[in-house]
Design a protein around this ligand. Structure first.
Ligand SMILES: [Zn+2]
Length: 210
């Protein structure tokens, strides 16, 4: 995923808010396939990804206690509620490197350390938005249970048909949700979660060709 190019392009267009979408597996029995989760924390277990505009890695140590914009999250939750969609308003997403899926032992460990859902793309997308002073929220759609949760709906050959049906259903609902959020865009205000203090460095980086 060209996370850096995508976020840089959005920033150059003057975008102030980004709502990302991602497909996730559930690490908890109570978070059922078909649920829409609005993450509020991530645990990054990826490695080797280009994850900063700060090429020298000397200039910035950005706060990431709350990586997702609470204001954007609240708007997503409101729209999901109005659409009467199954929603979990909080969740910790464990971001794994991929491309392979988890082992049972890994999956159980992710839940043990506090993960609710597992995914491969939320990092560094979420962090790049913060570096660029963009409010970021995500819609995580659950397609299946990760392998640490005993279930008949998981990424196994015998249950792939069910998983793909849930995936297609989630995708259709996500498009509807994004249309509602787009209509509500005027309500989404710039908040202080993502400071603009990185902007000057960003501009000089762009000038020098990144
Ligand atoms: Zn914000």
């Amino acid at each position: 995923m060209p996370y850096k190019a995508n976020l840089a392009a959005l920033k150059s267009l003057g975008v102030r808010h980004v709502i990302g979408t991602c497909v996730v597996g559930s690490l908890r029995k109570e978070i059922e396939p078909g649920t829409f989760v609005i993450p509020d924390q991530f645990i990054n277990l990826t490695w080797g990804r280009d994850d900063s505009f700060d090429i020298d890695r000397q200039l910035i140590h950005l706060p990431m206690a709350r990586p997702y914009c609470e204001h954007v999250r609240s708007i997503i939750a409101r729209e999901l509620g109005m659409m009467k969609m199954p929603c979990q308003a909080h969740g910790t997403v464990v971001v794994i490197q991929g491309p392979r899926f988890s082992t049972i032992a890994e999956s159980k460990m992710y839940a043990y350390v506090g993960g609710d859902i597992v995914n491969m793309t939320q990092y560094p997308e979420c962090y790049f938005a913060r570096e660029l002073g963009i409010c970021y929220g995500a819609i995580a759609t659950v397609t299946d249970y990760d392998v640490g949760v005993p279930s008949t709906i998981s990424m196994q050959p015998e249950s792939m048909k069910s998983v793909l049906e849930i995936f297609r259903s989630n995708t259709g609902k996500t498009v509807n949700l994004l249309e509602k959020l787009s209509a509500a865009a005027q309500e989404i205000k710039k908040c202080s979660c993502a400071s603009d203090h990185f902007t000057e460095y960003y501009k000089s980086t762009i000038k020098s060709g990144m």
